[in-house]
Ligand binder design. Sequence first.
Ligand code: ADP
Length: 253
Amino acid sequence: MTPLVRIVGLRKSFGAIEVLKGVDLEVARGECVSIVGPSGSGKTTLLRCVNFLERPTGGEVWIDGVRIGQKDSGGRVRDLSDREMAGERAEIGFVFQRFNLFPHLTALENVTLAPRRVRKLGPAEAREVGIEMLTKVGLAHKVDDYPERLSGGQQQRVAIARVLAMQPKLILFDEPTSALDPELVGEVLAVMRKLAEEGRTMMIVTHEIQFAGDVSDRAIFMDEGRIVEQGPPKEVFKNPAQERTRTFLKKIL
Ligand code: ADP
């Protein structure tokens, strides 16, 4: 079966600085991959390039057999406009470090906005989906609350419900717990664990090594814009083959 995600020779520069130096990576359907590595190694940029929040400088990203960000119109390949890109992005959920909820909308309104606008669901259907997803993340009792009334962990769970409501093929998590107080981390990780167990395809940038080891099918260690090492999390985290991975793990564990 073709992988859900296929990244080939991905490069990204900001000005003169090359942040991704040729990343090749495939993610199978239903696979949960965690990406760890030192700050500045390009992990966030990799995720952002997967859904073209950043446009790669080189290389290719394929999702479900479709090349992201480009269109073949009559034999001529061209870059998609930002507007066209928004349509493709609907297939890929992104959970940010900071939850990015709309402060003037309730939890339910935050969750139903994109299904209504992009998927064109009617109000009743969108409400049903919204309540289902908020229930899934344990927030059925908070549907009408505004973000400021919610804890950081609850806000992040709303953000996850918002992503789920779009029925994405792939969910990208960019350090989803790093902005949370320590006592709120567990509730968000529990939701993510449930999603992984359901067989959703997930790519997670995280510093939660224990969680990554327990939940993900594969761990990837990045350094200086490249994948240095990857494999079963137990091997990568417990018995890394590369010196750079060992040094990193020693620093954070
Ligand atoms: P990580 O997620 O591993 O910490 P990032 O992908 O966030 O790494 O960043 C890698 C490097 O790219 C850093 O040096 C960062 O400063 C730089 N970088 C990221 N985004 C931008 C940007 N929009 N403009 C300029 N430099 C950037």
